[in-house]
Design a binder for this molecule. Structure first.
Ligand code: SAH
Ligand code: SF4
Length: 369
């Protein structure tokens, strides 16, 4: 089997090239052709020596994922479903805005955390994606959109790891993918334009701060351990005090001076005034420094069999007002792409299930600053 060059960050590609007897600068050229220029055909890489191009054709490939479906929303949102084999599919969503283009990327087929409000969680865990499968989503979306828009300019300016899966439970594959997004020879994104969203894998938050400190979003969903144990079962292993401590420590390395907390608004479960006040006390404790943070409220997107309901717009507004009045910057995710059923964190099912699910869900997106 040929080596898929999408599996490497620049250091990895240098090592692979050196193992083939090629110099480091050749790896840099190759990396730029693949990620910067979006070229997969070695014969088009005109400044590479003929002998190197022949070697690459023999031993390597730039292999993206087969597309199962593509849906285009009236508002410009695009959702692709990719086949990752053995009946598993993952989804990737492109969200265009006036000043940026955001790609919502998956890190796993399924998810082992099992949050009851998330259809990826309800589906269970199939497997980790490889670095190549994570990067293939970006490589494919970027090259496809550039071709369609007839531009050589970058179309995707931001990446959010908010598709299917818990990125920090696939750490080894995630980090080379992130490094490629940041690399000037790769996608050249600034650290603040790449966001990892996590349900709270505390030791990996600490490692990320050392290895690749991109923007961090933490899925909070509850102000106390009793409720969070239910809504985010990983809390039983890494309770709130440890999680908030890890957030504080991350801030010393983060590209921004705040952590984003995501909070899925579930009717009658976590959306009362008392919950809002408890959240304020949690991030602004009386006897220690406040934790610099922003809140992003996500109205729950219902899916069949969740048994949960979305908080009313009035409730979300009142909840947001309580946080704002306490001086915490709070935004509410707006709904987009409802017509194509593309919801980050709500993506689920195997290929057979997908067609069934399509059309029933609403897409919410985060407004990334
Ligand atoms: N596993 C990571 C990243 C993927 S989920 C995490 O949990 O952070 C991305 C976001 O979508 C998370 O904040 C998640 O809580 C949210 N989400 C999941 N299911 C949802 C639903 N049904 N409605 C609204 N938001 C949901
Ligand atoms: Fe996994 Fe995130 Fe869904 Fe929870 S919300 S089940 S961590 S993908």
């Amino acid at each position: 089997m040929k080596t898929n060059l999408l599996d490497f960050d620049l250091d990895g590609l240098v090592a692979w090239c050196q193992a083939q007897g090629e110099k480091k600068f050749r790896a840099v050229q190759l990396f730029r052709w693949i990620h910067h220029k979006g070229v997969s055909d070695f014969s088009q890489m005109t400044d590479l020596a003929q002998s190197l191009r022949l070697m690459l054709q023999d031993k390597a490939e730039v292999r993206a994922l087969p597309v199962v479906t593509r849906h285009d929303s009236a508002d410009g949102t695009i959702k692709w479903m990719f086949d990752v084999g053995q009946g598993n599919a993952i989804e990737t969503v492109f969200i265009p805005e006036t000043d940026r283009g955001t790609l919502c990327v998956s890190s796993q087929a399924g998810c082992a955390v099992g949050c009851p409000f998330c259809s990826t969680g309800a589906q269970g865990f199939s497997r980790n994606l490889t670095t190549a499968e994570i990067l293939a989503q970006l490589w494919f979306a970027e090259t496809t959109l550039r071709r369609e828009l007839g531009t050589d300019e970058r179309v995707i300016s931001n990446v959010v790891m908010m598709g299917m899966g818990e990125p920090l439970q696939n750490y080894a594959a995630l980090v080379p993918a992130l490094k490629t997004m940041l690399d000037d020879h790769g996608y050249g994104m600034s650290r603040r334009r790449v966001t990892v969203s996590t349900s709270g894998v505390v030791p990996m938050i600490e490692r990320l701060s050392q290895d690749c400190p991109v923007a961090l979003a933490v899925s909070l969903h509850a102000p106390d351990d009793v409720l969070r144990d239910r809504l985010v079962p990983l809390n039983q292993k890494y309770p709130l005090a440890e999680l908030l401590n890890a957030c504080r420590e991350y801030l010393a390395y983060a590209p921004r001076d705040f952590i984003t907390f995501e909070y899925c608004m579930l009717d009658g479960v976590n959306d009362s005034d008392a919950h809002a006040r408890a959240l304020v006390s949690l991030v602004r404790p009386q006897h220690s420094e406040p934790l610099p943070c922003k809140f992003n409220l996500i109205p729950f997107n219902p899916f069949p069999a969740s048994g949960l309901l979305r908080s009313s717009p009035e409730r979300v507004k009142a909840f947001a007002a309580l946080l704002s009045e306490a001086g915490i910057v709070t935004t509410v995710r707006k709904t987009r792409g409802d017509d194509i059923a593309a919801a980050c964190g709500q993506l689920a099912g195997d290929i057979q299930d997908r067609t069934d699910i399509a059309g029933r869900r609403a897409k919410t997106i985060q407004i990334h600053a």
